[in-house]
Ligand binder design. Structure first.
Ligand SMILES: [Zn+2]
Ligand SMILES: [Zn+2]
Length: 363
């Protein structure tokens, strides 16, 4: 046992357990006790500080625990407060100092939390080092930024990034981002692309790109299931089969149209009346961007229905040996080989069409 003095305390608007992603968005204050105030000399020259504090209201420690992202890990692989030392640490942005009070942003400590220590953050010296450290973080956890945006509810950031794979901004993409963000928050999930989290989309339109980007469940990592139902709906589930289905409400489209009357007019000109003049098209695109971001601000509960559902979980996708087609000589997944008269063929060489997913669904 060691004895460590408190040097100050936190003043925050948070009194009880709160999602750390939300807490880190807010400003709070650290008041340093008079006995230690002299130690703040020149702290204001630091842009960022490391704050060490005591989780004085934490429950007894647990050596294995669930994280906010839904992972089950050993305590030393998490930032959970339920640790033997009850020691918390966070990097905060220093907004300013007034006497013995530091104004900071990003402190995920509750009101009245005792503060133990403060240190300036070592910041990488040049841009090259900064970039190298970011690359390192991304290599360890490629979805880190996406996950922190999900927890902070930053759907505008997620929409901006999702458009990188979708190619344009539209309400469908915005709706997919909204639905997927809500489902991820409710299920406390994250995807490492190993099929432990599954998304089931019921239509192959713009919405499904928002879902793929935010959930990380994609066509390529076998965590995306497509049901050709033609409904703007999707389900997110963990392997226990307890899922969340989010679908659009019947009145949702009318509500959106009312909220964006300008776009409806332009849509009619370009799509219904086929006015493809440069001027009309560029207006249409610009309105599309505005409308997509405006969609994010609409009332979620007027657009969507959220329900708990039980999902039948498919087995993990098998990995098969590849077999050479006797006609074209290309390698083919073992499950897709067609055997005839002792020979093996790929689908086209066997003269068949196979199943094809196009904009019209599975044919
Ligand atoms: Zn789209
Ligand atoms: Zn072939």
């Amino acid at each position: 046992m060691i004895k460590i003095p408190y040097i100050g305390k936190v003043k925050s608007k948070f009194n009880g357990p709160t999602n750390p992603g939300i807490m880190r968005e807010e400003e709070s204050e650290i008041t340093i006790f008079d006995d230690y105030a002299e130690g703040l000399f020149k702290t204001e020259l630091s842009g960022y500080l490391e704050i060490y504090f005591h989780f004085d209201r934490a429950e007894p420690y647990q050596l294995k625990t669930f994280t906010y992202a839904g992972d089950y890990k050993g305590i030393f692989a998490t930032r959970s407060p339920r640790r033997p030392s009850k020691l918390g640490s966070t990097i905060v942005k220093l907004l300013g100092r007034s006497g013995n009070i530091l104004k900071v942003q990003g402190l995920d400590a509750l009101d009245e939390t005792p503060v133990i220590d403060i240190k300036p953050l070592h910041i990488p010296m040049n841009e090259e080092e900064l970039e190298a450290s970011e690359v390192q973080v991304r290599k360890m956890n490629p979805r880190k930024l996406i996950v922190s945006n999900i927890w902070a509810g930053k759907t505008d950031r997620l929409l901006l990034d999702a458009a990188q794979i979708h190619g344009h901004f539209c309400t469908g993409l915005a709706m997919g981002v909204m639905m997927a963000t809500r489902a991820m928050q409710l299920i406390r999930g994250n995807s490492d692309g190993l099929e432990d989290l599954l998304a089931i989309v019921e239509t192959n339109n713009c919405v499904s790109d928002g879902v793929q980007f935010v959930t990380g469940c994609t066509f390529g990592n076998n965590a995306l299931i497509f049901k050709d139902f033609g409904k703007t709906a999707f389900t997110l589930t963990k392997r226990d089969g307890k899922g969340i289905r989010i679908s659009t409400l019947p009145g949702g489209k009318g509500y959106m149209r009312k909220a964006h009357p300008l776009f409806s007019e332009s849509y009619k000109k370009v799509v219904a009346d086929q006015d493809h003049s440069d001027e009309e098209i560029s207006k249409f695109k610009q309105l599309g961007v505005e409308k997509a971001f405006a969609t994010l601000t609409l009332d979620f509960d007027k657009l969507f229905k959220v329900e708990d559902v039980d999902v039948e979980i498919p087995a993990y996708a098998p990995s098969h040996e590849s077999i050479l087609c006797n006609t074209c000589g290309e390698e083919v997944m073992g499950t897709r080989i067609i055997r005839r008269r002792g020979k093996q063929f790929c689908v086209p060489c066997a003269g068949e069409n196979g199943k094809i997913l196009t904009g019209n669904g599975i044919g």
